[in-house]
Design a protein around this ligand. Structure first.
Ligand code: LLP
Length: 422
């Protein structure tokens, strides 16, 4: 059979090849070898893809401004190896809880390059951030201002940003829109002046600037203008953090703004609306990690009801996105010719829920149990939202690069499932 190498479409990680006979190679490693070595489901991460995107963000900013910071939104892929790689590449880190702060510091981020988010930070989390000496605390509400002022020792100071809800909703799934007028995040515009006044009045706080995040998986960049215009009316500050949110293409037919286009837009908006001399911060998650990862599954059963169901050994325990946001993905049956006839089928998971369908109505070739299926673009919010539903041990994370592979997180075991029992 012909094994002509065809380059994979833009949804696959850098360094992927898919041959005409369906042989899949990730970072120079055959997907079948990976499945044999590590079992399935497994998250396979192309290290070069992560590094390249980090470098593109940093280069795009540094070509346009001297004063910037790119924070990796660690919630999107909170694994130590991913965090360490980004720390080494020179990114800063956005954490949204004490647990994420612990992960970031443990992975080697300089505390000064970490900032803490959260709409319900506990006193313990605030204390943890103060003790670690992190860069900024992004204050979300008046209760948090009270707690912070109370916790900071007399004579000490903490740099903060205030999170503002600019009242702008981008075109994305409502469940991942975060900056509209009725959001749970941040100070509303009509409350922001009082928050600014309170922060500036405290001798324990250095109010460095304002922060907003309007949502995630944003493909149309236009709403950033309205958001920045709204926030610009609140005063003149040194730092503006415009959040993350850059969307990615999950499907062959989809396209998303390039990293450079997104950075160009944000830096240009800052200059136009706020003038020169401002520091711009950004906190991308998805756009850094989504494309790095492919999840490998093994088909367990195939049945025909009203439509065919192809059931895999994973599902909503390793990828909640289809169930939560109706997210759609591509899939490749490894080792099946690209030209094989296809029929529309449901690619299902193994969990006890009818909603546990990884891809509805997807044109799949004929498959049998034991076949390997690969789903790309699973790096963002896959591992992050993985869970043990139905006692499913969470998958390993395997880095691939230049023909080499190494597990950076092992598969959970049944012993792990009882480890917390007392
Ligand atoms: N900064 C803040 C304050 C955020 O709330 C988020 C994401 C980010 C940055 C990173 O956004 P990104 O660049 O990844 O769009 N679980 C959902 C996504 C939830 C995003 C929540 N906030 C999903 O799987 O689509």
């Amino acid at each position: 059979m012909a094994t002509t190498q065809t380059s994979a479409s833009h949804v696959w990680p850098l360094g992927t090849t898919i041959a005409a006979d369906g042989t899949l190679s990730l970072g120079g490693v055959d997907a079948r070898e990976l499945a044999q070595t590590y079992g399935t489901p497994a998250y396979i991460v192309a290290e070069d893809d992560l590094r390249t995107r980090a470098r593109r963000f940093l280069a795009a900013f540094s070509e346009r401004t001297d004063d910037f910071e790119v924070h990796f939104a660690s919630k999107s892929f909170p694994a130590t190896a991913v965090l360490s790689l980004f720390a080494a590449e020179g990114l800063a880190c956005d954490v949204a809880s004490g647990g994420e702060l612990h992960l970031a510091l443990n992975a080697g981020f300089d505390p000064k390059k970490v900032h803490l988010h959260g709409n319900a930070k506990s006193r313990a989390e605030l204390q943890q951030a103060l003790d670690a000496g992190i860069g900024d605390i992004v204050v979300d509400n008046h209760d948090e201002l009270d707690a912070l002022i109370d916790l900071i020792r007399p004579g000490a100071r903490q740099r903060i940003l205030l999170r503002i809800a600019p009242g702008v909703s981008p075109d994305t799934h409502p469940k991942i829109s975060t900056g509209g007028p009725n959001t749970k995040f941040g100070f509303n515009l009509d409350d922001a002046a009082r928050a600014i006044e309170r922060a500036q009045a405290s001798d324990k706080l250095d109010l460095d600037g304002l922060h907003f995040h309007i949502g995630s998986q944003i493909l149309d960049l236009a709403p950033f203008r309205a958001a920045l215009e709204a926030v610009a009316k609140l005063g003149d500050f040194r730092t503006y953090n415009m959040g993350g949110g850059l969307g990615v293409a999950y499907l062959d037919e989809q396209s998303a703004p390039e990293i450079e286009e997104y950075v160009d837009k944000k830096v240009a908006l800052m200059r136009e609306i706020l003038g020169e001399g401002k520091r711009i911060a950004d906190e991308p998650g998805r756009a850094l990690v989504a494309h790095s990862t492919v999840t490998l599954y093994t088909v367990q059963s195939v049945k025909h009801n009203v439509v065919d169901y192809v059931a895999t050994d994973g599902g909503m325990s390793d990828n909640l996105r289809p169930m939560l946001y109706d997210a759609r993905y591509e899939a490749l049956v490894v080792g099946t010719s690209q030209d094989a006839p296809r029929e529309v089928r449901h690619l299902a998971g193994k969990h006890c829920e009818s909603s546990d369908i990884l891809i509805h109505d997807f044109p799949l070739p004929a498959v049998t149990p034991g076949d390997l299926v690969a789903i790309p673009v699973t790096g963002a919010y896959g591992h992050a939202m993985a869970n043990n539903y139905n006692g499913q041990p969470r998958p390993p994370i395997v880095f691939v690069r230049d023909g080499e592979h190494r597990a950076v997180v092992r598969r959970e075991t049944y012993e792990d499932l009882t480890r917390r029992d007392l």
